[in-house]
Design a protein around this ligand. Structure first.
Ligand SMILES: *Cc1c(COP(=O)(O)O)cnc(C)c1O
Length: 392
């Protein structure tokens, strides 16, 4: 009677599976922090078969000569050894190429995401608060909460400039240990007024630190890096991700040496792997390749902004990044028009980021990458169709 025994086995297996599931659920409920259980994992859209304009990636690959040089360098890397934790050569190369002032050291992270976590952990005294303008980069709030810090968001002005008065009032009220200023800001794309940033740095004084996040520096061409000697409470943070090396995972930051020393204590000692180290050392010897790509994307951004503004119902916000924030306006001011246009773009295999529900100031806004001329043209065409369809 093989059938009976099979179904009996299946029954027994199901019971066993259920018991295991229940045990695991119990373990989760007993040991995992309730606030962690309530979180959602960082959402990444499935991009297979799409033109990917949602994650601020550089669309260009390395030229073949550089691919070969990189392959040789990687092949010679001693994979059997731990990295040398000072990362001295890599730091010197980054400092030289990216204008870190004399007398200032670097700390490295597995992407600037890790630097954000490190600073949060180091500053997370009981009751310590983190402040940032909103809408802003989502990792600031997440890292603060994971470190048990209270996060205070201060709305930007409706034109996405800093609300200086509100920021200064919030600094007095909350005395935050950490303030983030993304320069330029994600997802809005614009640069804050330097006078507003200086006012914030002065107001904070020695009661906190101001982290100036310059992830988009290659596209902004302005920086607070050279002003590190002026502000002992400023941390300048950068990444090679938006420059075209998002897969490599390398972020770096600088600030007053005594402060940096403390952040270094919470850094996992071998956080930058030898392949990343070798790759970035090799690629920075050819930094002009990335400078040319950034220049190309800045030119493409100017052109795409003009073309998008020419579409009726599309508002384009000023950008100093490799993306453009746009708002799509329905003639009858429909609240879900952005969602509809997003869906129409997706149907045409164009993936952008729908940020319309992130914050009330972003209603009906989409964030679109600046890409190659071909991909920009595809976006423009799809948006034209999508706007027309969504209006029907
Ligand atoms: C993309 C981005 C980062 C994260 O960069 P990684 O180095 O890839 O972790 C940091 N800050 C802002 C504002 C960003 O947009």
């Amino acid at each position: 009677m093989p059938n009976v025994s099979n179904s009996t086995n299946e029954f027994a297996t199901n019971i066993a599976t259920n018991i295991v599931t229940n045990i695991v659920t119990n373990i989760v409920n007993k040991i995992i922090r309730p606030d962690v259980q309530a979180l959602h994992a960082y959402p990444v859209q499935d991009a297979k078969g799409f033109i990917k304009l949602d994650a601020m990636e550089n669309p260009f690959l390395l030229p073949p000569e550089l691919q070969d040089a990189l392959a040789q360098r990687i092949a010679k890397t001693a994979l059997n050894r731990y990295p040398v934790p000072s990362y001295a050569a890599l730091k010197t190369s980054l400092s030289t190429h990216f204008g870190v002032p004399e007398g200032f050291e670097l700390s490295l992270g597995n992407g600037s995401d890790e630097l954000i976590s490190m600073i949060s952990i180091a500053c997370a005294k009981p009751g310590a608060k983190v402040l940032a303008p909103m809408p802003g980069f989502v990792m600031y709030e997440l890292a603060a909460k994971l470190a048990h810090m209270e996060f205070v968001g201060v709305p930007l002005n409706p034109d996405f400039t800093l609300d200086r008065a509100a920021m200064l009032a919030a600094i007095v009220e909350h005395r935050p240990a950490m303030i983030y200023l993304a320069y330029p800001n994600n997802p809005t794309g614009g640069l804050y007024d330097v006078a507003d940033m200086e006012a914030i740095l002065h107001a904070v004084g020695d009661t906190g630190i101001v982290i100036v996040d310059e992830a988009y520096q290659p596209f902004a061409q302005v920086s607070m890096m050279a002003r590190l000697p002026e502000f002992s409470n400023m941390v300048v943070m950068r990444t090679v991700s938006k420059l075209g090396l998002a897969g490599v995972r390398l972020g770096y930051m600088s600030c007053a040496p005594a402060l940096l020393q403390e952040f270094e204590k919470v850094r996992p000692p071998y956080n930058i792997n030898v392949l990343t180290e070798a790759a970035v050392l090799c690629l920075l010897e050819h930094a002009e390749v990335f400078e040319q790509q950034a220049a190309q994307l800045r030119a493409n951004r100017r052109e795409l902004a003009i073309q998008l503004s020419a579409l009726s119902g599309v508002e384009v916000f000023p950008s100093s990044t490799n993306f453009l924030l746009i708002r799509v306006n329905h003639p009858d001011k429909k609240d879900d028009f952005g969602d509809q246009v997003f869906i129409k773009l997706r149907e045409q295999k164009i993936l952008v980021k729908n940020v319309g529900r992130m914050h009330y100031l972003l209603k009906n806004c989409l964030r679109v990458n600046v890409s190659t001329l071909e991909e920009n043209a595809a976006l423009l065409k799809a948006l034209q169709c999508g706007l027309g369809d969504a209006l029907k």
